[in-house]
Design a protein around this ligand. Structure first.
Ligand code: SF4
Length: 331
């Protein structure tokens, strides 16, 4: 167990990954905006003079796995909606000049939206790096081909067990044999096509898969992953899911005060076309669409300023008060 990576929001590997993306996508304007965003967050400014450098898009609210430690299983269900490529293109355009990374990941399984590769290609054409997190449960290898052909930069695969029984407990709707078949195909195909996609494996560590971490690590090495992330989980259903090793317990890393950086660094496009500040469960809350506002006006709209003020003062109400991430470390 000791030679496994410890969770940290700031590992050397993560830094190198970030520097590589900055080198490839960081124009002077984007880097200037990034620095101003980080400075503004440090000062907890309520009114800001920068734009988000991270753009998150939720390709779909649909998922078939029913993981017990997911927002989807613990909060009221969201209606099934897919993000259209037209809505993505129109909503992303005002933020494109300062955006470094577009993450296609939120509530659903992104690859269930057949337009995902089209949206990745679009983000690339505007000069942004792209990221997808997937359960790799697609029934057709063609879905993997299209992802690798889209120019995707980072692909994280959730591998939350080393055998059928554990995988089923972690991901009740998942198929362990299909995961293994698709993993092999994904890495073989990347080798054949020399695709430039960096592929990593992520494990959300719980008491049930903790004993299998060495086996998952060995699989990752055999496949030739570019990164292997073991992460604590904020939304465990009950204490029987708590890992024994404190390194993988979410509470180990909690800050004393509200420290969420999302309202300074990120903007999220929900699958229904409304904006949202972060990656928490939206419930009934959203920021609406841009309408007649420009990106700067929208990023300083009263609801966003109010959320920044709440985090600055620690007086959390509404959305942020009920959020498990308000005093989480930065991911
Ligand atoms: S504290 Fe939670 S709800 Fe509030 S902005 Fe941060 S992640 Fe979103």
């Amino acid at each position: 167990m000791d030679n496994l990576p410890r969770y940290s929001s700031l590992t050397i590997k993560r830094l190198l990954r970030s520097f590589d993306l900055l080198r490839r996508y960081g124009t002077a304007r984007k880097i200037d905006n990034l620095l101003r965003a980080e400075f503004s967050y440090r000062r907890r400014e309520v009114e800001v003079r920068h734009l988000p450098y991270l753009f998150r898009a939720d390709p779909t609210t649909r998922c078939t796995l029913g993981c017990p430690y997911c927002w989807r299983s613990q909060k009221p269900p969201l209606p099934p909606v897919d993000l259209s490529p037209e809505t993505f293109a129109a909503s992303f355009a005002p933020f494109a000049s300062t955006c470094l990374l577009v993450g296609f990941q939120m509530f659903g399984e992104p690859t269930l939206n057949p337009a995902l590769p089209q949206m990745i290609e679009h983000a690339h054409r505007t000069g942004a790096a792209t990221y997808v997190s997937t359960n790799l449960q697609m029934p057709q290898h063609e879905t993997i081909d299209r992802l690798l052909d889209s120019g995707l930069d980072l692909l994280t695969v959730a591998v939350d067990g080393a055998n059928e029984a554990t995988y089923r407990r972690m991901k009740p709707g998942g198929d362990f044999a299909l995961l293994n078949d698709n993993l092999q195909y994904l890495f073989d195909r990347r080798r054949q096509t020399k695709a430039d996609t960096h592929i990593g494996i992520q494990v959300l560590v719980t008491a049930f898969n903790e004993p299998e971490l060495p086996a998952i690590g060995a699989l990752a090495r055999k496949l030739g992953v570019d990164y292997f992330d073991l992460k604590p989980t904020a939304l465990l259903p009950d204490s029987s899911w708590l890992p024994r090793d404190k390194r993988y317990r979410f509470d180990t890393y909690r800050k004393r005060n509200a420290a969420c950086a999302f309202p300074w660094t990120n903007i999220t496009l929900l699958a229904d076309g409304n904006f949202f500040p972060c990656c928490a469960h939206p419930g009934q809350f959203h920021l609406g669409a841009l309408g007649d506002l420009n990106a700067g006006e929208f990023f300083n709209s009263p609801p966003l300023q109010d959320i920044r003020r709440q985090i600055k003062t620690g007086q959390l109400t509404g959305l942020c008060a009920g959020c498990e991430l308000n005093n989480a470390p930065r991911f």
